[in-house]
Design a protein around this ligand. Structure first.
Ligand code: 1CP
Length: 347
């Protein structure tokens, strides 16, 4: 199958494909029994991400059930700081824990030159997933990804998730030189990391800015829009045509400005974004992606169908990729995902 014909790639580059292609953030994960089984075999989460055979298998699992139009590389946004030598572990039930970086000494301990060797197994996963897709799902496109510099910096400075990243946001005001240095390092390494994924076979690239909406408008422009725009420019110099998706979660009314100024092809809408407002304010030259409430997918039934249909009707006639407004949550019944996939195929 010629990649140009893959529906996801057509929608991401400006075509109003109907019924719209779909995939779901965190589509591989704990709601699937086959994932839990492999996760237990791998032991810890980092081993799962760095064992290409297992990570590729986990990437393909949801496609076998639901035939999504997009596969997303199974990895994590924090594998980049890990690849630069920052201590990282995933504590059961607690999420990621890192050795916090809050001063110049901490920043100096990062070793970007270690990155290439440490990401090698992740790139090998990309190669294997492309081989798997060619065999099993020739119309499905592979999405590579990274966290945006601001969101990754949040975890690097705070050392953990679960809160509002007060330390990281304060540092951005109190020591913008240091915070800026960290962001610039992330712009450079994220560019290299995404280009390496594309070279290994990723067909579209997504930047997750999950915590962008915690920023004031001025800080949002400085720490979310500008670094993202720099990454987009860097990537475009090498790969002018690769589809790029940006997801500035909770950006609210700054979403159109984010689309315009970053130069991504498609912007992700989070759960709270009104798709009709987005359709009216984000130019038709941009694709939109989103944004059903993950809790509607847990609930299922008529309520879920009504949510999905209302999003579809708001997006009709423009380039659009159906997705959730944030990641699938573990209590999601797999049969609800099945029902959603059936509804979406009918358009
Ligand atoms: O126990 C487990 O099995 C680990 C749970 C888990 C999984 C399945 C983590 C830890 N990461 C992932 C995979 C993952 N993470 C993917 C690939 C799979 C897919 O989408 O199907 C992707 C794209 C991510 C991206 C990610 N990681 C983001 C951005 C998207 C978002 O959800 O906002 C963020 C913020 C993270 C950090 C992270 N990693 C893991 C957890 C539990 C978290 C969130 C921590 C927090 O709440 O702050």
């Amino acid at each position: 199958m010629d990649t140009v014909q893959k529906p996801l790639l057509r929608a991401l580059t400006g075509e109003a494909v109907w019924p719209p292609p779909f995939w779901l953030m965190r589509q591989a994960g704990r709601y699937l029994p086959e994932y839990r089984l492999l996760r237990a075999q791998a032991g810890d989460f980092i081993s799962l991400c760095t064992t290409p055979e297992l990570a590729a298998e986990v990437t393909l699992q949801p496609l076998r059930r639901y035939g999504m139009d997009g596969a997303i590389l199974f990895s994590d946004i924090l594998m980049l700081p890990w690849a630069m030598g920052q201590d990282l572990r995933y504590a059961e039930g607690e999420g990621p824990l890192l050795e916090p970086i809050r001063d110049a000494e901490g920043l100096a301990r990062l070793d970007p030159s270690a990155m290439r060797a440490r990401i090698a197994p992740i790139l090998e996963t990309v190669v294997r997933v492309r081989e798997g897709l060619a065999q099993e799902a020739p119309k499905t496109a592979l999405i590579g990804f990274a966290g945006s510099p601001f969101t990754v910096a949040c975890y690097m400075v705070e050392g953990r998730g679960g809160g509002e990243f007060a330390t990281a946001r304060r540092l951005a005001y109190s020591d913008p030189a240091l915070f800026g240095k960290l962001i610039r390092l992330l712009v450079d390494t994220t560019t290299d990391y995404l280009l390496a994924q594309a070279e290994a076979g990723a067909e579209a690239l997504m930047l997750f800015d999950s915590w962008a909406g915690l920023l004031s408008p001025g800080q949002f422009r400085r720490w979310s829009i500008e670094p993202t725009a720099a990454i987009v420019r860097n990537i475009r110099k090498v790969l002018p045509d690769i589809p790029l998706i940006g997801f500035p979660r909770l950006a609210g009314p700054l979403l159109p400005e984010y689309a315009q100024r970053t130069g991504v092809n498609t912007v992700g809408m989070d759960t709270g974004m009104d798709p009709r407002w987005a359709a009216a304010h984000v130019g038709i030259e941009f694709g939109l992606q989103g944004n059903m409430d993950p809790q509607a997918l847990v609930a299922g039934g008529g309520a879920m169908e009504a949510e999905a249909r209302s999003i579809l009707s708001a997006m009709r006639g423009r380039p659009f990729v159906f997705n959730l407004g944030h990641g699938i949550v573990p209590p999601t019944p797999p049969e609800h995902v099945e029902a959603l996939a059936r509804l979406l195929r009918m358009g």
